[in-house]
Design a protein around this ligand. Sequence first.
Ligand SMILES: C[S@@+](CC[C@H](N)C(=O)[O-])C[C@H]1O[C@@H](n2cnc3c(N)ncnc32)[C@H](O)[C@@H]1O
Length: 372
Amino acid sequence: MTSLEAQARARVREQALGIAAGWSPPDAPPEWALTAESFRAIATEPDLLALAADIPADRLPPLLLSAAIRHLVARHAPAPLAGYYPTPGSGQPTLDEGYRPALVAFAREHAGELGQLCAEHRYQMNEVARSADVLAALSRLDPAEPIALVDLGTGAGLGLHLDRYRYDFAGRTLGDGDAALTIAPELRGRPAPLPARMPEIAARVGVDVEPLDLDDHRVLAWLAACIPPETTAVDRFAAASTVAREHPATTARADVVDGLLDLCAGMPRDARLVLVDTYVHVFLSGDERARFRRQLAALGRDVEWISVDPLVPLGGEGTESTQYLPVPPRALEATRQGVTGVIGHLSVGRDGTSDGEVLGLAHPGGAWLEWL
Ligand SMILES: C[S@@+](CC[C@H](N)C(=O)[O-])C[C@H]1O[C@@H](n2cnc3c(N)ncnc32)[C@H](O)[C@@H]1O
């Protein structure tokens, strides 16, 4: 092994152990154990580590490899390995000591196919539970005013349908009782607010450099493989992707910075313009973020921007809000403990004046919501 290969393995090992730790805090529900064990295996099993270390560093190697494995397991349904992974409605299968050897044997046998999948795909995580974080922030707007919703970096467009899901905030509910999906985060801190009624969405559009077409079964299968093998996450994705397919929404292929003015120009002026961004701004460069912020003042109309993004730079050292809002000490503390979504709301007036604050914190997979 060359020293470069050894370095790559050490880096990937550290990343995989970090992800495993994120899925195994002291209060982790038992359903998280399979995800944690999968990343521990990537970190410590030489065959898995070698596969992950072959993936370019900027393509999130441990996450991409874990998605490729799940994709291939879903395709080949090998026994006993396939039986360890939840499918929609299955509940969480029992994890036992047979999982790891089965995983390693499968990866060894299919190393070529796994390498090919990793070369062809990006890790694409769409998490509809973040809609609860957005909804809580929307409670600050006038409930009587319809919304023109622009979902920035929409991916598969699950966030475009936030009014079609039901929410349960520790027994306080909003949304249709017959909704296909109920999003019920554990509430921490002050009770997160719910809007007085479901926002009326007068117009909705998503934008993404790489929009994802859920009607393409290959796309759907890949996105499902990117969902952590945790039963509630798997069920949530299945339900939300069905909702999105039943309600086709407009999605533009564009860059959120370069395309912003054109996109907003197409939105009705008699509705409140709301830009939503979940886990998108964190991936922009400092220059792109600054250009985006400047453009808000150039829109020529009042705009609300709700962001659920980790502090930047991404990682435990993050200190700055992607919206340039003052960062409360609790957000810094949570960031040091693991990837945390920081919920911010910034209003920018047509005259260029602005006002905003950090409102809360959220688990990246929607497990909890902490209002500040
Ligand atoms: C981590 S995913 C989040 C998807 C979705 N918002 C969610 O929270 O589930 C980030 C998405 O942003 C898109 N994206 C990243 N940079 C972008 C840019 N400059 N312009 C438009 N879309 C971008 C990616 O293609 C990807 O679909």
